[in-house]
Design a protein around this ligand. Structure first.
Ligand code: MN
Length: 733
């Protein structure tokens, strides 16, 4: 029996020697005819019709586009779908294969594909396009393993990977048409990324072929030398091969075993690799003869092994039972090395037909061998193997449908993203840009203020997706935000943020506490420095605090009432016989606008220098600065105790955000006039929203950056001069 994949041009070992001939133009009509015949051999007429309509659609989308070879572009998706038809993939996958480049190359929106060909097909095309996009990222060679994982994780459907692999196969087959430097890059990528994925999926024949093609383009000279050497050696080997073949074909039936025996040619790339890795000469590598024996079932495999060991002496330590213990990708066979005629080593692989199918076509064997009698055994094995592949945690048994398992999260707990330099980082699923920043470096995490994801400014809390390119924008000074703790996922980020906040909060709060207490004491006619250590000691002991520092920190955090502490200290001091109280005017805490943990500007009224302000200390919030007329502070009169006298520091040099509302006439170009006036006034626009009103007037809400009230007034004056502007107000909501 000929393995069906041999017909597909892969399994037959001899077919792997690829002639270096010139490209001949494709004959589309011919290819299409062949493709159609394959389809009708296993698909229903309505499915075939749908696939044909996808071809027509794809052809129109790619019209006027050409391959490097000069062939019309549609020849490529057609070849990709054709390979998948060899694997008997379903109609959805074939439809998607024909359309796999229309999103990236012809800008056809996903929605349109979904409307015409269904959501499943659109998802497959989208999956392939996403992989195409990350392919264009440069990545470090050492990261190949992570890149492969990222790719598998992004696919989410095994069929996406099969389309991608088939895509890569055709690109490799037509690689001769692209410029040499690009050829080498693609070949290297194929060897590092795609061939191992094919191997992992058990697509052995495809794996070998990708390797051979990549080798040929990466090391063209060595490839040619080896190719010639193998051809020359084949003649000399023929005699030995025939002799062994004859012995096997005679002995096995004698023992009642029906078997298919075939000689195995070595692949050029594997010869090359063995020569390099084991430092062997060409003849040493080639002097090993390989045979494959295929029998009907598992017990017969062991029977055949017995017969072969009786025929030629086995080499001790060379027997491997991959039937009892299959390889990770599902591969099963018995391997043994025998001493053949003339003392030459003979490697044999013994396997059943079902094992052979899986060995050659891995995950694709599910589609390929659907109708065969061995289906049960095969399906069970494929299933089991897929399960090990996807590392499903809940081994639920055989009742699960195969296709449900085709859609899988290959790496459910991880997300793979790029740094701007192409390094791949592995983060826990659900991680945000903040997690990423801390993963790069603790210092980057502490100083991060914004991020770009795939070259677009995004909020720091954005959840990262596989393949994202993440760039962190940092400030000069560290400033982690307590709200980050509510969404970071990685334990590293969490621990570092906590650590920073704790240290910083203590320092800042203590400083603030000192200022607050100083102010309160001053109001009572005592200076902080006037208090002796003895007064402090008594107070600390009396209130059960750990130390003076702890008391000051507590005040800064709003945990202790400043006025009460101040009065108590003053009373203690008088007990000690201190000088009587002088009446002094209260002095203000100075605000310079640097937001911190201990002192913040209120988000409701957004005070700017020049505004009359008031500070309010609240437990757990530290000191919050509001404008005098802020509505949020007037509501609760009983908080007056917590009011703190504050004032703006002199010479503040930084920007503050402020909201203004502008009502203008609805006229063309008015927004441009306003924004250029704001820019001319030396302010940046942080945000603008437009209240849609179809009538005569429009309301625009701006968030601007200004240095002070005077600056704002100047800008507003400028804006009023614009004729269309009806009203400008500063908003404090
Ligand atoms: Mn393609």
């Amino acid at each position: 029996m000929t393995p069906p994949l041999a017909a597909a041009g892969f399994a037959n070992d001899e077919a792997v020697l690829i002639p270096m001939e010139m490209h001949s133009p494709v004959d589309l009509a011919d290819d299409l005819e062949r493709f159609r015949n394959k389809l009708t051999s296993y698909l229903k007429p309505d499915e075939v019709a749908r696939i044909e309509s996808a071809y027509v659609f794809g052809n129109a989308a790619h019209l006027g586009q050409f391959r490097s070879s000069g062939d019309p572009y549609i020849s490529h998706p057609l070849a990709v779908a054709d390979t998948l038809a060899d694997w008997h993939l379903d109609a959805q996958a074939l439809t998607a294969a024909l359309l796999h480049d229309v999103m990236e190359d012809s800008a056809v929106p996903k929605q349109e594909i979904a409307e015409k060909f269904g959501k499943a097909v659109a998802d497959l095309v989208d999956g392939v396009s996403k992989i195409d996009r990350i392919e264009n990222q440069s990545f470090e060679e050492a990261q190949a393993e992570n890149f492969r994982k990222m790719l598998l994780a992004m696919a989410r459907d095994v069929r996406v990977i099969l389309i991608k692999l088939s895509d890569r196969l055709h690109n490799m087959r037509t690689l001769g048409a692209v410029p040499p430097h690009k050829r080498r890059r693609v070949a290297r990528e194929t060897l590092d990324i795609y061939a191992p994925i094919a191997n992992r999926l058990g697509l052995n024949a495809l794996y070998r072929q990708l390797q051979e093609l990549a080798f040929r383009h990466l090391r063209p000279l060595r490839y040619r030398v080896l190719e010639k050497a193998v051809k020359r050696a084949r003649g000399n080997r023929r005699q030995v091969v025939d002799k062994i073949m004859e012995a096997l074909r005679l002995r096995l039936p004698e023992a009642g075993i029906e078997a298919e025996v075939m000689g195995r040619e070595k692949h050029l790339y594997s010869i090359y690799r063995k020569m390099r890795q084991k430092h062997l000469s060409f003849s040493q590598v080639l002097d090993i003869y390989g045979f494959r024996v295929i029998v009907k079932d598992t017990p017969t495999c062991y029977l055949a092994l017995g017969v072969l060991h009786g025929l030629y002496k086995p080499v001790p330590g060379k027997f491997k039972d991959y039937i009892a213990i299959p390889k990770a990708n599902g591969y099963q066979s018995l391997h043994s090395t025998l001493i053949g005629p003339y003392g030459t080593p003979v490697e044999v692989q013994i396997r059943s037909h079902a094992m052979h199918h899986i060995a050659e076509s891995g995950v694709a064997s599910h589609w390929l061998y659907k109708d065969e009698t061995a289906l049960d055994e095969l399906q069970k094995k494929t299933h089991k193997w897929l399960k090990s592949l996807i590392e499903l945690q809940s081994a639920s048994g055989d009742s699960t449908e195969f296709l449900e398992n085709v859609k899988v999260d290959l790496f459910p707990d991880e997300v793979y993203v790029f740094t701007p330099l192409g390094k791949i980082l592995v983060l826990p699923r659900g991680s945000t840009a903040v997690d990423f920043a801390y993963m790069v470096h603790t210092d980057i995490g502490n100083r991060c203020v914004a991020c770009r994801i795939n070259f677009e400014m995004m909020p720091l809390r954005t959840e990262l997706r596989n393949g994202d390119r993440v760039e962190i924008i940092t400030a000069d000074l560290p400033n982690p935000n307590p709200t980050w703790l509510s969404y970071v996922k990685s334990s590293k980020a969490r621990a570092q943020i906590r650590h920073f906040l704790k240290t910083q909060q203590t320092d800042e709060s203590m400083a603030l506490g000192e200022r607050l207490l100083g102010q309160a004491l001053h109001g009572l006619g005592v200076e902080l420095d006037d208090l002796s250590n003895a007064v402090w000691d008594r107070f600390v002991r009396g209130c059960g605090a750990k130390s003076k520092h702890a008391v000051l920190t507590d005040i800064g955090l709003g945990k202790r009432h400043t006025a009460i502490v101040a009065r108590q200290l003053v009373a203690d001091r008088q007990l000690e016989g201190g000088v009587p109280l002088k009446n002094k005017r209260q002095v203000s805490i100075l605000v310079n606008g640097d937001d911190g943990v201990a002192m913040q500007l209120a988000k409701c009224c957004r005070p700017i220098p020049g505004d009359p302000i008031v500070g309010i200390i609240r437990k757990g919030q530290g000191l919050v600065i509001h404008t005098h007329d802020c509505r949020s502070i007037g509501k609760s009169g009983h908080e007056r105790d917590n009011w703190v006298d504050v004032d703006w520091a002199q010479g503040i040099e930084r920007f503050f955000e402020v909201n203004i509302r502008i009502v203008t006439e609805n006229r063309r170009g008015v927004l441009a006039k306003i924004t250029s006036e704001i820019a001319a006034g030396g302010s940046d626009i942080q945000n603008v929203s437009i209240e849609n009103d179809p009538g005569r007037y429009t309301t625009l809400n701006f968030t601007l950056q200004v240095t002070s009230r005077i600056h704002l007034a100047r800008i507003m004056r400028g804006l009023r001069r614009i004729t269309e502007v009806v009203r400008i107000t500063r908003t404090k909501d």
